[in-house]
Design a protein around this ligand. Structure first.
Ligand code: HC1
Ligand code: SF4
Length: 604
């Protein structure tokens, strides 16, 4: 611990903190754009400038707080006139960068003349440290939405270059402020190296933005659409492709029955957008909210998570029992992971479970079963999902998920949790005041196993419970399978499956996946069943989640486990509506009809 003085007040802080963290810890919210606690100091935005003086010294010196250690006797001023002036000048520099960038885009000829100048207010309340800081500029944002801080940070340029080729995330180069967070996240957290700070001849060298994709469109890169970069981008340059307007048009025309299903982890994180206690599980409020937003049926993707487990558990048993089948089997519910396999690890394709993800099973059940049940033409249904994920937007566009006879997509549109947050804000709905409501049925009931899907290891735990039951006709003895729980990037376990030792692994986060697969193809890679999620921690850390502080992920996970324990049914095979679906329509897991509607293929 060291003693420091901030704006004349005495504090004791840990010597391990940098000055920015130390100030924030004791309640001084310093503005910073390039700094992120999970990524460490970069020092490019220069917004976190403070005055610093050592004990005994007479002069204050200006320093970037993120790159400054704390020492005993340090005297800090966070809001002197000089600091304010420096901050305004840093912002002016960022503005200049953006202006240059738009010029570069014009020169490169790579811009989009859409004439659409309505810049979205990405840096708005709750989404940027700047706004909660004590500076005047932040107050201006709150007071005046039309002439805000955003205008200082983001130029209203006449030509914008927005790369939407990825179909899930978009990159608006003219909003980039060179913070390099995306480079850091994509390379160091996800191991994907999509962005780079290297200049290319496509652009004017000296003004090269850091947010570039080596001169390529995103679709031409190895990007797996995980959206982690959109989670960290502080300027709104990288975001999900927004589909809220499209949905609103569909809803307004009232020509279609608009059905929604919400993902396991979305009900945990939506509350954060409305500043409710982190980890608050708001299932009933989410059901209520989705009705208020105008959805005609409000269902639960956790129902099809249970269904996935019935199919995946059965597939696993088939693979284990058949000496000619291919093991290990990998889970296939994470579209970021499926993208990675198809782009970079094509020899794993035969090992991917053929099960569609719960999102896609949801769409398939809605359009092929539920439509008939309620006697409506599937073309009059518009199927929407709410996901913590950006890659799900692209998953639904796969040709495999279009009905070959009708040409209809199973899922029509996917919203991230952030997009739902924006819809709610726009409508002025007070989320915290909503009473609980139930989901509609039959796709509204789910078990604890489905709830576990939200976190890394959840699919594995759920699959183990039901595979055990499918094989031996009795419940998995302990139910709670601690070996696959928690946030460790790579988890391994051996499960005694009535004499056969099943070797299991659970991996989350791109970098961990690459590391785990280093020995792929060698004798030391020895597993039977592997769960993989592209985002760190699984869907609770998804790229479409609210941009909350990242230490919120363990809180979200704890909430998953707590809720799961209290659920009346805890194993997917106990879901009565899933049982009925098999009785009425599918007949049996992994059977002919299930293969047609619930399974899929992959292509390199
Ligand atoms: Fe997920 Fe899944 S758990 S992939 O993490 O299998 O996105 O929450 O909806 O489809 O159910 C995400 C979450 C989600 C699917 C399920
Ligand atoms: Fe990298 Fe994921 Fe962003 Fe693609 S979506 S650029 S893989 S972090």
């Amino acid at each position: 611990e060291v003693k420091i003085i901030i704006n004349g007040e005495n504090f004791k802080v840990s010597s391990k903190l940098n000055l920015l963290e130390a100030c924030r810890k004791v309640g001084f919210d310093i503005a910073a754009l390039c700094y992120h606690p999970a990524l460490g100091p970069v020092g490019t935005c220069k917004c976190c400038v403070v005055d610093v003086k050592s004990e005994g010294s007479t002069n204050y010196k200006r320093a970037c707080a993120c790159a400054t250690e704390v020492w005993n006797g340090m005297d800090i001023r966070t809001d002197s006139p000089q600091v304010r002036e420096q901050l305004m000048s840093a912002i002016a520099d960022l503005r200049k960068k953006q202006k240059n960038r738009s010029l570069i885009m014009k020169i490169a000829g790579n811009y989009d003349k859409r004439g659409d100048l309505s810049l979205e207010r990405y840096i708005k309340k709750g989404e940027s440290r700047l706004q909660s800081s004590k500076y005047q500029i932040s107050e201006k944002v709150v007071e005046d939405e039309t002439d805000s801080m955003l205008d200082l940070l983001i130029d209203r340029v006449s030509n914008r270059f927005i790369d939407q080729t990825n179909l899930a995330i978009q990159v608006d180069h003219t909003k980039c402020i060179d913070c390099t967070r995306c480079v850091n996240v994509c390379s160091n957290l996800q191991g994907m190296d999509v962005y780079s700070t290297i200049s290319t001849s496509v652009y004017v060298d000296s003004l090269m933005p850091s947010l570039n994709t080596k001169g390529e469109f995103l679709s031409e890169t190895m990007c797996i659409s995980c959206g982690q970069c959109s989670l960290y981008c502080p300027s709104g340059a990288i975001t999900e492709i927004d589909h809220t307007e499209k949905l609103e048009v569909i809803m307004k025309t009232k020509k279609k029955l608009v059905i929604v299903g919400i993902a396991p982890s979305a009900r945990l994180s939506l509350a954060e957008i409305f500043k409710l206690t982190p980890g608050s599980l708001t299932t009933g409020q989410c059901a209520h909210l989705l009705r208020l937003l105008g959805f005609n049926r409000v269902f639960d993707v956790q129902f099809t998570a249970d269904l996935t487990i019935m199919e995946e558990g059965t597939e696993l048993l088939h693979r284990i029992d058949d000496p000619n089948s291919i093991l290990p089997m990998f889970t296939s519910c994470c579209p970021g992971w499926v993208n990675l396999v198809e782009k970079q690890y094509q020899n794993i394709i035969p090992h991917l479970s053929s099960c569609r993800s719960p999102q896609q099973m949801f769409g398939s059940i809605i359009k092929n079963y539920y439509a008939k049940k309620i006697n409506i033409d599937p073309k009059d249904i518009f199927c929407v999902t709410v996901m913590p994920c950006t890659a799900k937007k692209k998953e639904l566009l796969r040709e495999q998920f279009r009905n070959p006879e009708t040409g209809l997509r199973d899922v029509d549109l996917c919203l991230t949790v952030r997009e739902v947050g924006r819809m709610v804000a726009k409508r002025g709905i007070e989320f915290s005041e909503l009473e609980d409501r139930e989901f509609d049925n039959p796709l509204g009931f789910s078990t604890g196993s489905a709830h576990l899907f939200a976190g890394s290891g959840g699919v594995m735990e759920a699959a183990v419970r039901s595979a055990y039951w499918l094989k031996f006709g009795e419940d998995f003895p302990a139910l709670q399978y601690n070996a696959v729980r928690g946030l460790k990037g790579i988890k391994e376990a051996v499960l005694d499956f009535d004499g056969r030792q099943l070797r299991l692994a659970v991996v989350s986060g791109g970098k961990n996946i690459h590391k785990f697969l280093e020995t792929w193809g060698t004798s030391s890679f020895n597993y039977d069943f592997i769960e993989i999620m592209a985002c760190p921690g699984g869907c609770i850390g998804g790229g479409g989640q609210p941009r909350s502080n990242l230490d919120i992920v363990p809180i979200r996970l704890k909430s998953v486990y707590q809720r799961e324990q209290k659920m009346t049914s805890r194993s997917s095979h106990d879901n009565p509506y899933v049982k009925k679906l098999y009785q009425d329509w599918l007949k049996k897991p992994y059977g002919e009809k299930a293969m047609m509607y619930l399974h899929t293929t992959y292509a390199p």
